[in-house]
Design a protein around this ligand. Sequence first.
Ligand SMILES: O=C(CO)[C@H](O)[C@H](O)COP(=O)(O)O
Length: 262
Amino acid sequence: MVGYIRILKSRSFSSILFPIPSIRKYSIMSLVEKAKKAAAYKAVDDNFPPNAKYIGIGSGSTVVYVAERIGQLPNKDSFICIPTGFQSKQLIIDNGLTLGTIEQFPDLDIAFDGADEVDPKLSLIKGGGACLFQEKLVAASAKKFIVVADYRKESNVLGKQWTQGVPIEIVPNSYVKVTKDLKQLGAKTITLRQGGKAKAGPVITDNNNFLIDADFGEIEDPADLHNKIKSLVGVVETGLFIGMASASYFGEEAGGVKLWTV
Ligand SMILES: O=C(CO)[C@H](O)[C@H](O)COP(=O)(O)O
């Protein structure tokens, strides 16, 4: 949306139009950003276990505020944070937190992560940032898994809001076969995710794999779809997270934070 500022020149009363392309965009963005921050701060304040030793830190733009809040804790030297990928590792370091690996610490007290879409049973679509495998490994290793998101992620049925498709991490040389198999499973569109301007060719995950986005429309039975995709040769993991989250915090457009639990 392009806006214009009209400058009136007093002498001639003629006017000049200057484009202000981003005013509207900035105001929308700051609402979303505020929502992300509110959700993340409340999720940490409500759930961070006082004597926690091992914390999973997810990936994406909302988790930035989770790491920021955890980095403000006075006892931040008394626990270890386990990342879900490269960006997550940097967040841990940048916030002065102690970094560990999932191989060293496979039993986590709690994990926080974002999501691309959340339904009322707290089934999730994740992987918009291409980190789904390590995200699922960390979430599955945690006693409690908490989601942080903004209002755009709330959904009554998965596939309704996140229309670019279910992210699926695959072994690179299997992409032709997996593409054919996903068609058989009923995918409407199947896209090998590309690096865009930043890279000619496909996105390479933190695990050196490819990513497919497969659009199945509205997903009535996410667990069934996950099981079917997961059983295909070449599939490492799907971005469908079923029965893993215990709470989801949504920063709302009007301010405030909404909580869904199961
Ligand atoms: O799954 C993810 C990355 O693979 C992210 O958690 C998900 O994409 C949400 O990101 P954001 O908080 O930026 O909306």
